[in-house]
Design a protein around this ligand. Structure first.
Ligand code: DHB
Ligand code: FE
Length: 289
């Protein structure tokens, strides 16, 4: 049977990928951010997931403004990266879990989430940066990926409520998967940031704190605002928190969950950078038994 081990929530700023490529993890600018991943990496070494189900947003590498699915699920055997123009080295391809992808897609459609299915899908820094933060040795990557893209780029954006419900539906699909899979859920992007326009550089610590405090125990509070309200509160790219909301939905009821690690550091590039690890208590108990 499939098991959900927990969830990882992480910012995905391209400059982080450049810092990794240049080995700057101990540099004073970067260290407070990278140190947040130590407990996450230790946890991953202990729980050894073989599958990552990741909610993220594409920034124009796979979907451009002319064709923008609100929700898209990858169902490919392999996911390639490509040059995105940030100066990042192109990441190595990552294997897909097409069997699990199709199971999730069938379950979502039965649940009336009419997602776009992608048998070919380039994935951008929004996935590769968090993967590199969690597993720095890319040569040893043995996990398989199910990417789920949420449109956080082109208005109209999906509502936080709908993203929470999407995540909950993905969680139900994972719980019903009858093949062995040790699954970690991931949500990438955020927290508050705005890259352009009059409010370029905008960060809202109070709203970020609200998100971090409520993510594990009361995710429905993050879904109380509309997407446009979140753009106001968090910046036009801070709305990437939709990916966190969906990933949190997939982890299910708060009673089964425990926040294990949290880090918040301002700024990384233009972004209030954060990482959170939430583990499933039932899984932790089974491991101890
Ligand atoms: C930055 C943040 C992002 O989320 C992104 O996708 C690109 C750039 C930044 O802060 O530079
Ligand atoms: Fe982004």
């Amino acid at each position: 049977m499939a098991e959900i081990l927990g969830g990882i929530f992480a910012s995905h700023v391209p400059a982080i990928g450049n810092a990794i490529a240049r080995g700057l993890q101990e540099d004073p600018y970067w260290k407070p951010f990278f140190d947040g991943f130590k407990p996450i990496r230790e946890w991953l070494e202990r729980v050894r997931p073989d599958t990552v189900v990741a909610f993220y947003n594409d920034h124009g590498l796979n979907f451009f403004l002319d064709k923008m699915p609100t929700f898209a699920v990858g169902a490919a055997a392999t996911y390639q990266n490509s040059d995105e123009g940030w100066g990042l080295p192109v990441a190595r391809p990552v294997s897909g879990d097409a069997g699990l992808s199709w199971h999730v897609i069938e379950s979502l459609i039965a649940d009336e989430f009419d997602v776009t299915t992608c048998q070919e899908m380039l994935v951008d820094h929004a996935l590769f940066v968090p993967l590199q933060l969690c597993w720095p040795d890319a040569a040893s990557w043995s996990f398989r990926l199910v990417p789920i893209a949420i449109n956080t780029v082109q208005h109209p954006l999906p509502s936080p409520k709908r993203c929470l419900a999407l995540g909950q539906a993905v969680g139900r699909a994972l719980a019903r998967y009858d093949k062995d899979a040790r699954i970690v859920v991931m949500g990438t992007g955020g927290l508050s940031h705005q890259l352009d326009g009059e409010r370029a550089g905008f960060i809202n610590k109070d709203y970020d704190r609200f998100c971090l405090e409520n993510l594990c125990p009361k995710p429905e509070l993050l879904a109380q605002h509309s997407s446009l309200e979140i753009v106001e509160l968090s910046g036009s790219q801070g709305i990437e928190v939709l990916n966190w909301i969906a990933a949190r939905g997939a982890l299910g009821s708060a009673g089964n969950l425990e926040e294990v690690a949290r880090n918040y550091h301002i700024p990384i590039s233009n972004t209030a950078a954060a990482s959170v690890l939430i583990s499933d208590k039932a899984h932790a108990k089974r491991e101890l038994a």
